[in-house]
Design a protein around this ligand. Sequence first.
Ligand code: HBI
Length: 146
Amino acid sequence: MDKVELGIIGLGKMGGNFDCGSFLSFKVAITRMSMQLVDRSCVEYDEGTPPLSKEKAEEYLKQLSGWRLIGSARIEKNYDFTDFTEAMKFVNRVADIAEAEDHHPDILIHAWNKVRLTLSTHAVKGLSENDFILAAKIDQMVNKVI
Ligand code: HBI
């Protein structure tokens, strides 16, 4: 990362028409890439943004715990609770995180004490970094509560 930044700063000093806007968005992209998913925030995607490749999704999955890839278009995790009340408490905590990030999982509460969370991004018609960021924040919440 240092090398990339130094290269770009070097280019700026060389003169010519250096585009500061592109430089800044490049720097933001590089900074995001080097951050842990859990420390990042969900973003809004422009129309036409492509979904993540299966390879990239598998790479991000390594930062999560207990989530699995379904095809290449969604990730899923199943939870078992002692009873319905505990399942509901969990779902409400997930709802708070989802609202704070403006990114929302599909939530299935079934068999009175089980929850299935499914994440995908409607805007990209598949998986985006938002899905992994939200999943990482849900994992962190679970680890804090237990
Ligand atoms: N949640 N899973 C998911 N996917 C989306 O594309 C999505 C969302 N929540 C809110 C939302 N999109 C948009 O309304 C905002 O990002 C603007």
